[in-house]
Design a protein around this ligand. Structure first.
Ligand code: ME8
Length: 461
């Protein structure tokens, strides 16, 4: 059996999940469900990133121990993904015992292979806790991290170093040849461009950060949280015989870690490399960056409450091209919902079902097909185009009904028309399955045997 192993980033547990995390997770779920539908052993790994300064500080702010705080927030992510029908194979936490064990073994291997300098040395730098990374002076704006509006911490301590600089040539070759496929193409070019300017060795341990995994070869240090977090993919993948990953999905903010540091440390221990890394865009809300201070953070439960589970899944991926930056606003989402779900799909299904019910129409042929164009778009991560393709079919059938006016046809002709319409609707539902699994199932059920009118799929807003 072919396998398909996809991952989302593991999200920080400093705060509850929002629409940003939801976006990536829904996209990853749609892709994984699509491969499953094609007959692959398709698995999705998601979870939470729980060690390091960012989490320790958030916990302290709430007067809690890091583990207690991580338990609480991690549960919120899990609940959110469950309520959104995310079909993950494993929800991994970096505090899980098996991950801690794998991470320690991984660091030991890096050390034994000579990829880590044998002795720590002084590292000085400006550390942004929000990013959990060092920032160069050029990246700062007026001395502040432009993403978090915070002043980075001056850091000066003995750290172990990973010899990243030695992997420049290999990485250039692997990335330019698509052996590690980085997409969209523009991001690949960006990474290759950055690579040209050179790679520096990186610090991979902390001497003063207790909330982390102690290094197996020096208990006085904990593992740098980013390296430890990346290993989560390997914890699950190697255990399940799924390594290498077929797809790491994320936004562009963390592509650097996935496209360069992650392959380098895998190369260092002689492991296989991920096949594809896809970085989608970053979106804003009403043109503004999402932030607690502005008060425009949208939670997955707010979306579900308003649009339902499948409505939310649809709207996130239909709103703008995947890969590019975009913008969400409640007004736009309402508009899309009414036009394409309440009208569009919902209306078409109700219309045909009503006609069929009147004449006791029974579906005898179930020859639906998954639209090959939708399949093509999905393999290229063009979610909004895949959906647009399905909605063209919806519009075409709607138009045909308006033209033919089947309610004026005599019964045999009407039944012929219903028969071909039912097959089209079933095909639409089949192609919709990875996006809107519950709705698709409902439609397929309704359009089998004797068709009956049902309650509206998407009540109008
Ligand atoms: O970076 N637009 O976790 P994180 C699009 N723990 N996507 C967004 C978004 C937005 N406005 N906001 C968040 C971390 N995301 C690390 C990852 S992996 C080994 C460790 C999504 O909680 C997007 O997927 O900051 C982005 O890459 C991710 O959330 C960052 O999540």
């Amino acid at each position: 059996m072919n396998k398909f192993f996809a991952t989302t980033p593991i999200y920080y547990v400093n705060d509850a999940p929002h629409i940003g995390h939801t976006y990536t997770t829904v996209a990853a779920d749609v892709i994984t469900r699509f491969y499953k539908q094609k007959g692959y052993d398709a698995r999705l790994l998601t979870g939470t990133d729980e060690h390091g300064a960012k989490i320790a500080e958030a916990a302290a702010k709430h007067g809690k121990a890091p583990q207690e705080y991580a338990d609480e927030i991690s549960e919120k992510f899990k609940t959110a993904w469950d309520s959104l029908n995310i079909d993950y194979a494993r929800f991994i936490r970096t505090t899980d015992e098996d991950h801690v064990k794998t991470a320690r073994e991984f660091f030991q291997k890096l050390y034994d292979k000579g990829a880590i300098d044998p002795k720590p040395r002084l590292y000085k730098g400006l550390y942004c806790v929000g990013h959990e990374k060092f920032m160069s002076k050029e990246e700062l704006v007026d001395g502040l991290c432009p993403d978090h509006q915070t002043k980075p911490v001056e850091h000066s301590e003995e750290n172990y170093y990973f010899k990243l600089s030695g992997y420049k040539k290999d990485l250039e070759q692997l990335i330019s040849s698509d052996e590690i496929k980085i997409r969209p193409q523009s991001r690949k070019n960006e990474i290759l461009g950055k690579l040209k300017t050179g790679l520096e060795d990186i610090s991979i341990s902390r001497a003063s950060m207790e909330w982390g995994i102690p290094l197996p070869f020096d208990k006085g240090h904990t593992a740098y949280v980013w390296i430890e977090a990346l290993i989560n993919y390997y914890t699950y993948g190697s255990q399940e015989n799924l390594w290498p990953a077929d797809l790491h999905l994320m936004a562009k903010d963390i592509l650097w870690f996935h496209a360069l540091i992650w392959p380098a440390i895998l190369l260092a221990i002689g492991e296989k490399l991920p096949k594809e890394i896809f970085a989608h865009g970053f979106f804003t809300i009403n043109g503004q960056k999402m932030s607690k201070t502005i008060g425009n953070v949208i939670s997955p439960s707010q979306l579900i409450e308003k649009y339902g589970v499948d409505g939310t899944r649809y709207l996130l991926l239909a709103a703008f091209p995947f890969g590019e930056d975009g913008d969400f606003s409640w007004e736009e989402l309402d508009k899309l919902y009414n036009a394409n779900l309440a009208n569009g799909l919902g209306n078409l299904v109700a219309r045909v079902a009503k006609l069929a019910e009147k004449v006791n129409f029974e579906v005898t042929q179930t020859t639906e097909i998954f639209d090959p164009l939708v399949e093509e778009k999905l393999t290229e991560f063009k979610f909004n185009e895949a959906l647009a393709t399905i909605w063209q079919d919806i519009a075409a059938l709607d138009k045909k009904i308006n033209e033919i006016q089947p309610w004026k046809l005599e019964e045999t002709k009407l039944k012929e028309f219903l028969s071909s319409s039912a097959i089209k609707i079933r095909s639409i539902a089949l192609s919709l399955t990875p996006f809107m699994p519950e709705t698709a199932e409902k439609i397929l059920k309704q359009f089998s045997d004797q068709i009956k009118s049902g309650s509206p799929l998407f009540p109008r807003k």
